[in-house]
Design a binder for this molecule. Structure first.
Ligand SMILES: Cc1cc2nc3c(=O)[nH]c(=O)nc-3n(C[C@H](O)[C@H](O)[C@H](O)COP(=O)(O)OP(=O)(O)OC[C@H]3O[C@@H](n4cnc5c(N)ncnc54)[C@H](O)[C@@H]3O)c2cc1C
Ligand code: SF4
Length: 481
């Protein structure tokens, strides 16, 4: 370890957010650059704890203590190699990962954790700036053809691993640009999209063919894909949103978040979106307190909403986690994203009862406060708190209550793959035949298999699935798991 007592000398520091007034005028990333010297100090806080819980807390099992040590000593290039050995796209996770590694950091038991995520981002950003990240073209081609359907982080990671193993990989995407929710869900102020283009160029040079604008199961028969390729990987995400079937749901102005967010990403990319759904001058209500809801808030505020209110059905979590109870696991606590601090008012334990409007357009939302009580079976049930009903103006309501499972119509139905109890494509992640679906030579990974999740889990599954596909095609695989 570079500085065994570093954690006693130096406190945690992370990049600062740009002032709200300044950042609301653009769509650029919210965080200011952090000096490399400051980051080396932060890496020096890693305390040689002996059992790196951070590494198991990280879904791709990033080898965090090793790269912390290398960064502290100024060995950035070897740090990049260690980082890339477990994660294809650290520039994505370094920006949007919620960092379960930091919750698991041993220093987090009674102090502030090491700034792992910021160090990860700095390593890979330096790697790109220095020109160290170049295509890794395979020495030999296998002559095997693999189709990957869906170009989110799972599909991208899977395709890159398989191309590096020498297979001919075609990545199909129904949208006009690749990237999945990285491209058309997560706003630019959280992650700018040139980062995806840069990786795509690397992957193309490594032999991946991108075919965008192809909806497999509609534009291209799924059976043809299975016939034409030696293996097919389904990484189509969990795109079926959870609805809110209350009176007035049909009114104009009540939309799913994913009818709203991608349009703004397209506009930022330079596209024209006729009739764009805008929050400008409107009273906006965002229903749902997760990442999607937070992204709707930041986007609405940048578009010039008159007001933004955010409702969450669950009670307000505590300001601080109960560390002895939760460490090294992901704790329940109030999280305030950059978007939350930009001006939304948040309320918890709120259930929406109805929408009302005139001439078919929503004008108000009526809700009440709820409490969660034990029912006769011991489960938690929601109960209205009498006398708490209220009505607020609402010209635009954005439903951001999560995603139930993949879309079944089209690809999934056409292939006839078995589904699990939650409606995801069924495949295991351990043991023989993992990531394989019930249909021969068809595999599944990412949100399409596990349900709505995180970018880092999608990368993990994409990588692991690639290894299984490689072993299926070649009899064994040298790809890391
Ligand atoms: C608004 C929003 C914000 C989020 N913010 C964060 C965050 O900050 N941090 C984080 O870690 N996670 C975040 N998530 C979750 C994260 O984005 C997902 O878990 C992750 O992208 C899943 O990756 P995936 O590759 O499995 O699927 P996706 O990213 O959903 O990609 C699936 C792709 O498959 C394509 N596809 C589907 N069917 C077909 C077909 N039949 N033919 C061709 N293409 C098809 C889709 O168009 C899509 O591009 C967010 C999610 C949303 C919706
Ligand atoms: S990918 Fe996420 S969990 Fe893993 S080291 Fe990076 S920030 Fe931490």
């Amino acid at each position: 370890m570079g500085e065994v007592t570093g954690f006693l000398k130096w406190g945690r520091e992370t990049p600062r957010r740009r002032p709200v007034d300044a950042r609301l005028h653009d769509w650029q990333e919210v965080y200011e650059p952090f000096s490399r010297d400051a980051l080396q100090i932060q890496a020096g806080r890693c305390m040689d704890c002996g059992i790196p819980f951070c590494q198991t807390g990280c879904p791709v099992n990033n080898v965090i203590p090793d790269w912390n040590d290398l960064v502290y000593r100024g060995h950035w290039r070897p740090a990049l190699d260690v980082l890339h050995s477990t994660n294809n796209f650290p520039e994505f996770t370094g920006r949007v990962c919620p960092a379960p590694c930091e919750a698991a950091c041993t220093l987090n038991i009674n102090d502030d954790p090491v700034a792992i995520k910021s160090i990860e981002q700095a390593i890979v950003d330096k790697g790109w700036a220095e020109g160290w990240i170049v295509p890794e073209v395979p020495m030999r081609k296998t002559g095997r053809k693999v189709a990957v359907v869906g170009s989110g982080p799972a599909g991208l990671a899977c395709a890159q691993q398989l191309a590096r193993a020498g297979h001919d990989v075609t990545l199909f995407e129904k949208n006009d640009r690749a990237g999945g929710l990285l491209r058309y869900g997560i706003p630019d102020f959280k992650m700018e999209k040139h980062l995806i283009d840069r990786r795509m160029a690397q992957m193309q040079a490594e032999g991946v063919t991108f075919r965008t604008g192809v909806n497999v199961g509609a534009d291209l028969p799924a059976a043809k894909l299975v016939a034409d390729f030696d293996a097919v990987v389904l990484t189509g995400g969990a795109e079926k949103p959870r609805d809110l079937p209350v009176p007035g749901r049909e009114l104009a102005g009540v939309h799913f978040a994913m009818e709203f967010l991608p349009q703004q990403n397209k506009v930022v990319a330079g596209d024209k979106v006729p009739g764009q759904l805008l929050a400008t001058g409107k009273h906006v209500v965002v229903i749902g307190g997760g990442d999607t809801g937070s992204d709707c808030i930041g986007t609405s505020i940048r578009q010039g909403a008159k007001s933004v209110v955010n409702f969450e059905l669950m009670p307000r979590p505590p300001e601080q986690e109960d560390k002895p109870l939760t460490w090294p696991y992901w704790p329940l606590k109030l999280r305030t994203s950059s978007s939350h601090e930009e001006g939304a008012s948040r309320d918890f334990a709120v259930a929406t009862k109805r929408f009302e409007g005139k001439a078919g357009k929503v004008e108000s939302l009526t809700a009440c406060h709820v409490e969660w009580v034990k029912d006769e079976k011991g489960g938690m049930a929601m109960k209205e708190v009498p006398g708490t009903e209220f009505t607020i103006p609402a010209d635009l309501v954005l439903l951001a209550m999560g995603y139930v499972h993949p879309v079944h119509e089209g690809l999934v139905a056409a292939l006839g793959v078995e589904k699990d109890a939650r409606g995801n494509v069924k495949a295991t992640t351990d043991g023989a035949g993992c990531y394989a679906t019930s249909v021969p030579k068809v595999f599944a990974a990412g949100d399409m298999r596990r349900g709505q999740s995180l970018v880092v889990w999608a990368i993990r599954e994409g990588r692991q699935c690639a290894r299984e596909v490689d072993a299926f095609l070649m009899g064994s695989s040298d790809l890391p798991r």
